[in-house]
Ligand binder design. Sequence first.
Ligand SMILES: Nc1nc2c(c(=O)[nH]1)N[C@H]1C(S)=C(S)[C@@H](COP(=O)(O)O)O[C@H]1N2
Ligand SMILES: [Mo]
Length: 344
Amino acid sequence: MAPPAAGRRGRRGVPRRLTNVGLLLVLAAVLLTGVGSWLVTEPVQRWLVVGHGVGGLLVVLLVRWKAPVVRSGWSRSRRSRWASAALAVLTVLALLTGVLHSTGLATAAAGQLMMWWHVAAGLVLLPLLAWHAVSHRQRVRRTDLDRRLLLRGGGLVALAGLAWVALEGVVRLADLPGARRRGTGSYASDLPRPTIWLSDRVPDVDPDAWRLTVSGVAGVQRLSLAELRERPTTTVRAVIDCTSGWYSDQEWTGWPLRDLLGPPAAGGSVVVRSATGYSRRLGPDELDGVLLAHAMAGRALPTSLGAPLRLVVPGRRGFWWVKWVDRVELDDRPAWWQPALPLQ
Ligand SMILES: Nc1nc2c(c(=O)[nH]1)N[C@H]1C(S)=C(S)[C@@H](COP(=O)(O)O)O[C@H]1N2
Ligand SMILES: [Mo]
C-alpha cells in the first residue's frame, strides 16, 4: 500500500519526518564541529567553534517543531521511550552546560569544569542518538524538499546566527567571563591543570633511573637526564589548551625534537611515547617549535605536569602534549597513521 502522499504534518505544516531528520542533521553537525575543533589548528578551529555555537542555538530553535513529535511519540508508549527520554535529557544538559560555559555564568560544577560536563554529555549522547535515529528511521521524500521548506530552513539557520551574535553581544556588554575566552572557547588558567585524557595513569617517576630512548637518524641512544642536560636548551612561549576548557600561556624550556632526532623522511613521522604507553605521532612539517620540555616558567616540571620530560606542541590542543616521555623515534609511517584522538 502506498503511503499517504502528505504524511504526518506537525507545526505549521512541516512534515514531522523532516523535523526529525533536520534535528538529526543539526545534532550530527554540532557533534562534528565540536570534536572537529579539537583536531584542527587556527584559523579553522575558531570557525568550527562559532559553527558549533550556532548549531547549538539551532537545536534550541528546533525544539518548537520537535516538541509535538515528542509528545505524540511518548503517548504511543514505545518500550524504548526511556532511552529517548535519556537522549532528550542529555541534549538539554549539553545545551545548558554549553551556554553556562560560553557565557561564563558558571564555569565549573561538582569538581569538574563546565566544559568537561559539556563534553561528557555530548559523548554519552552520541550512541543514544545513533540508536534513536536507527530505531526511528525516517524516509525523506523528494516532494518534502520544496522551495518553501528550504527557505524556512535557511531562515532558521540565519535566526540561529543572529541569536549567536546577540548572545555574544550580551556577554560582551555585561562583561561576563565568557568575553575573555580564547578562540577555542577555553578560559585562562595561571597554571596548567593536571589532566588525564581518558584512562591514563600518572607513572612512578624516578629521575635517576629515567632514560630517554632516542631512535633517530644517528641510530638508537638511551640518554639519562644528566646526559640530556649537557645539550643546549631552547625556550619557547606556548599556550597549552585542553579540550576540557582551560588554557595556560607558559614559557617552556627543553630540547627541540628535530635536534634530538634529525629530520623525519618525507611521508614519515616522529612517534613520541609516554612511559604509560600514551603516544602521538607528528609529521615532518609539524615540528616547528616542538620541544621535549623539562621546565616550565624557569622551574622543573612537577610529575603531575609530565616530569621529567613532556612534549610541547605550540598551536595544538592539550592531548598532543604527551607527558612522561621516555621514547621518541623516527618512523616510516605517515603522521595520520594513528587514531585521531588518543585512546587512553
Ligand atoms: N601520558 C599522557 N600525556 C598526556 C595526557 C595523558 O592522559 N597521558 N593528557 C593530555 C591532555 S588531555 C592534556 S590537556 C595535557 C594536560 O597537561 P597538564 O596535565 O600538564 O596540564 O596533557 C596531555 N598529555
Ligand atoms: Mo586535555
